[in-house]
Design a protein. Structure first.
Length: 300
């Protein structure tokens, strides 16, 4: 079975040293899936990392697409190193590779007019106001966790390296791709980088569609999509169809900076692929989620 895994921020660290240690744990459930014979393609976010790189490289005016490429490289290295070592520990001989991936967007996408994608570290309101004043950044309060900078987040249209990904997966290689949602590029007599961060869940959905994945598995910090999340009347969803999820979205049940993009990305994949399935679950339960024994299963 071909599976696209979208890793949430809980699978990565805030610093290079922290991340290098954390991905060792992240590799275990991923290799569990590989060990069972699945062809695995891995995507991941980069919000904190690309913000950190952009901040540290601001003195040389490093363009944002290049910052995204740097984050793909260093996160990809950590993931492929940890996954390769876990494979070797289990006596599994498989190649693992990271592809620096370009993702095509429409340069007239409405996302460029309304920045929504949080990046960088969490800040206080005072710090956020100072950055708005001195840097001209757009800052928002992010899900009760503090203030963060937001940048444009256009929707993915195509993946430039999709054929490379497909060829590698067909040879049994474990592929890490569309890191951080991919490097946003627009097409105009060739491809050109543009300042934005594509949501990794939407990029993963497009990736799963283009590589003809059997399942899109979005892994996050919680094991289920829920109604009334965090309240006494919380209800975990186990198996839902996209019509019901669209109804819940209209009712405002899912947080914009958290569960909403995951649910919307899952819906996009199911709609684009007819009868295929998306699963949203916790990282530690990935193995059981692919057997539909846990997590939230989303069908047409």
């Amino acid at each position: 079975m071909k599976v696209v895994i979208a890793l949430g921020g809980n699978a990565l660290g805030k610093t290079a040293n922290e991340q290098l240690e954390l991905v060792k744990k992240t590799a275990i459930p991923i290799v569990d899936l590989i060990e069972e014979g699945n062809h695995v393609v891995i995507a991941h976010g980069n919000g904190p990392q690309v913000g950190m790189i952009n901040k540290e490289m601001s003195h040389v005016n490093m363009p944002f697409p290049e910052c995204g490429a740097m984050s793909q490289g260093y996160i990809g290295y950590h993931l492929q190193n940890a996954i390769k070592n876990e494979l070797l520990n289990r006596g599994i001989n498989k190649n693992v590779v990271t592809i620096i991936t370009q993702v095509e967007v429409d340069r007239f996408d409405s996302g460029f007019k309304n920045p929504t994608k949080p990046i960088g570290e969490f800040l206080t309101k005072t710090q956020a106001l100072e950055l708005e004043k001195t840097k001209g950044y757009t800052m928002i309060e992010d899900s009760g966790r503090g203030y963060r900078r937001v940048v444009p987040s256009p929707k993915p249209v195509d993946i430039v390296e999709k054929e490379v990904v497909n060829n590698l997966v067909d040879t049994g290689t474990v592929v890490i791709t569309v890191g951080g949602g991919g490097i946003p590029v627009y097409k105009d007599n060739g491809y050109h980088g543009i300042a934005a961060v594509i949501d990794k869940d939407f990029a993963s959905s497009k990736l799963a569609e283009l590589v003809d994945a059997d399942i899109l598995c979005i892994l996050t910090a919680v094991n289920n999509v829920a109604i009334n999340f965090g309240k006494p009347n919380q209800i975990d969803l186990r198996e839902v169809n996209i019509d019901y999820l669209n109804k819940l979205i209209k009712e405002g049940h899912f947080a914009k900076g958290s569960m909403l993009p995951k649910v919307e990305a899952a819906i996009r994949f199911v709609e684009a692929t007819n009868n295929k399935v998306a699963v949203i679950a916790s990282l530690e339960n990935a193995k059981e989620a692919l057997k539909f024994k846990t997590g939230t299963i989303i069908k047409k």
